[in-house]
Design a protein around this ligand. Structure first.
Ligand code: TRP
Length: 464
C-alpha cells in the first residue's frame, strides 16, 4: 500500500514554508539592483501589476495542481493530463521543472555561500577594515570570486545546510526550519527598516520607489519586471506545486496564495528601502551592478553608527532568506526521485544533493577560478559568459517562462473550470467573482504575458 503523503502540520506551516521559498536572493539581491537600474517608480509599479495579474494567478494554479494530484510536478502533469487533450505530453512540463530546480540550485548556492563569508567577516571585524575604502572591498571581492578553493568551500557549506534540512522531511525538516528562519528574518527586517527611517536618505528612497516617472520606463523594463515576478515568487518549475501537494485539504488556496504574494512583495520593497536609504544618505556614485550587495552596501553601512552590527545582521538576513529558498529547490528534485523513482527520502535528498553539489562546483570555479569555465560562452552574450552566466541565463530566460506557460495553459485550458473551482473552494467556501477573475487571468492574461517574455527572449532580449 502506498504510504500516506506527508503534510504540513498547520496552515501557518505551509504559508511560512512557501513564503520562505519565495523570499530569497530574488528579493534582497536582484530586485533592489534591477529597480535601481530601471530608475524605480514606474518600474516598481509595473512589477506590482505583474505580481497581481500574472504571479498571483499562477501561484494559485501551481498549488491547485499539487494539492489535487498529491504529486510532484512530473506525476502531477501525468496524472491530471491522462485522458485529456495533450495527454501525457504535459509531463514534459514536469521534467522541465525538475531540470530547472537542479540547475538553479547549483548556482544559487554559490551566491548564497558568499553571505556566509560576509557574516564571518562582519563578526571577526575584517569586513570593517576592507569596507573603509570602496576600491579595497571591490578588489577583495574580485579576488574572492577568483579563488576556487573559497568558492567551493562556501558553496559546499550552503549545500550541506540545504541537504540537512530536506533530509528530515516535510514536517521535521522544512516546516521546522521555516518556523525558525522566517520569524527571525521578519524581525531583522523590521529592525533594519526602522534603522533606515532614521537615516537622511530615507525620504529620497521613498520618492525613488513610489513616484512613477513613466518617461523612464522601457519595454525592456516591463518585460524584466514580468520575468522577475516569476523568479521571486518561485513560479514556473513546480516548487509551489510540490509544496501544495503537502497542503491540508481544510486550508484555503486563494488565501494562502495571496498571503505569500503579499509577504514576498512587502519584503522586496523593505529591502529596497533599507538599501536605498543608505545609498541616498551619501553623495556616492553607485555603479548599478549586480554585485552591489557585496561591494557598495558594506562600505556605506560602515560609514554609519553601529555599522558593524547592522552589516552582520544584514548578511544573516540574506543567508536565512536564501536557505529557505534553496530548501524548496532541492525538495522539487528530491520529491521527483521519491515519487517517480520510488526512492526513500534519505537516499533522494543525499543523492540529489551530492549530484547538484558536484555540478554546482563548476559554477563556483567559473567566476575567475578556472579559465576554461570562465570564458566558456555557448550563448554568446556578455552576460552569458562562463558556466554560471550560462546556467542563470537558461534558467531565468527559458526554463521558468516555458514552465510557467505549461502551468498556465494546463490549468486554464486542460483542467475544466469545475475542477479548478472545486479545488479553490475546498477549505475556503464558495467563490463568486474572484473565481471568474482568476479564471480569466489564468486563461488569457498569464499565457499572453509569459508568451511575450518568450518571444522577446527569442528576439534577443534577456531577463534575469
Ligand atoms: N524565489 C526565490 C528567490 O526569490 C528563488 C527560488 C526558490 C526559485 N525556488 C524557486 C525561483 C523556484 C524559481 C523557482 O530568491
Amino acid at each position: 500500500m502506498a504510504k500516506a503523503r506527508a503534510q504540513w502540520s498547520s496552515r501557518l506551516g505551509f504559508i511560512l514554508a512557501a513564503a520562505g521559498s519565495a523570499i530569497g536572493l530574488g528579493n534582497l539581491w536582484k530586485f533592489p539592483y534591477i529597480a535601481l537600474e530601471n530608475n524605480g517608480g514606474a518600474f516598481v509599479l509595473v512589477y506590482l501589476a505583474a505580481i497581481a495579474v500574472v504571479g498571483a494567478p499562477i501561484m494559485a494554479a501551481e498549488i491547485i495542481l499539487g494539492r489535487k494530484s498529491q504529486q510532484s510536478p512530473v506525476g502531477a502533469f501525468g496524472l491530471l493530463g491522462t485522458g485529456k487533450a495533450g495527454g501525457r505530453a504535459w509531463k514534459g512540463g514536469g521534467y522541465l521543472g525538475v531540470l530547472a530546480g537542479f540547475v538553479i540550485l547549483s548556482y544559487y548556492c554559490v551566491v548564497a555561500g558568499w553571505t556566509i563569508r560576509y557574516i564571518l567577516m562582519a563578526v571577526s571585524g575584517s569586513l570593517g577594515e576592507l569596507a573603509h575604502h570602496p576600491d579595497v572591498l571591490q578588489s577583495f571581492f574580485g579576488d574572492f570570486l577568483a579563488d576556487p578553493v573559497s568558492q567551493i568551500l562556501y558553496q559546499s557549506l550552503f549545500m550541506g545546510a540545504t541537504v540537512a534540512v530536506v533530509y528530515f522531511g516535510v514536517g521535521k525538516g522544512i516546516e521546522r526550519a521555516a518556523k525558525i528562519l522566517m520569524p527571525v528574518l521578519f524581525a531583522i527586517l523590521v529592525v533594519l527598516t526602522a534603522y533606515s527611517v532614521t537615516t537622511p536618505g530615507f525620504g529620497k528612497a521613498v520618492t525613488f520607489l513610489f513616484q512613477p516617472n513613466f518617461s523612464e520606463l522601457t519595454t525592456g523594463g516591463v518585460l524584466e519586471a514580468l520575468g522577475h515576478s516569476f523568479f521571486t515568487l518561485s513560479l514556473g518549475m513546480g516548487a509551489m506545486l510540490t509544496y501544495g501537494s503537502y497542503m491540508r485539504r481544510q486550508d484555503s488556496i486563494p488565501r494562502a496564495a495571496l498571503t505569500i504574494c503579499i509577504l514576498d512583495t512587502v519584503i522586496a520593497i523593505m529591502a529596497c528601502l533599507i538599501m536605498f536609504s543608505i545609498i541616498f544618505s551619501f553623495d556616492f556614485e553607485v555603479t548599478k551592478s549586480s554585485t552591489i550587495l557585496f561591494t557598495t552596501i558594506p562600505v556605506l553601512f560602515f560609514k554609519l553608527p553601529g555599522g558593524a552590527f547592522i552589516c552582520g545582521l544584514f548578511y544573516l538576513l540574506v543567508a536565512f532568506a536564501a536557505l529557505s529558498s534553496t530548501i524548496s529547490l532541492l525538495e522539487v528534485v528530491a520529491s521527483y526521485a521519491m515519487d517517480e523513482l520510488g526512492w526513500g527520502r534519505r537516499r533522494a535528498s543525499l543523492t540529489m544533493g551530492v549530484a547538484i553539489w558536484i555540478f554546482g562546483s563548476l559554477s563556483a570555479v567559473s567566476l575567475g577560478g578556472v579559465d576554461a569555465l570562465t570564458t566558456f560562452n555557448v550563448i554568446g552574450r556578455d552576460s552569458t559568459a562562463g558556466v554560471f552566466g550560462t546556467l542563470d541565463y537558461l534558467a531565468s530566460n527559458w526554463f521558468l517562462p516555458v514552465g510557467g506557460l505549461f502551468i498556465a495553459l494546463f490549468t486554464g485550458w486542460v483542467l475544466t473550470g469545475q475542477e479548478s473551482r472545486d479545488e479553490l473552494e475546498e477549505g475556503h467556501g464558495p467563490l463568486g467573482w474572484p473565481f471568474r477573475a482568476w479564471r480569466f487571468l489564468i486563461r488569457f492574461a498569464a499565457p499572453a504575458a509569459v508568451a511575450a517574455i518568450i518571444v522577446s527572449v527569442i528576439l534577443g532580449a534577456e531577463y534575469q
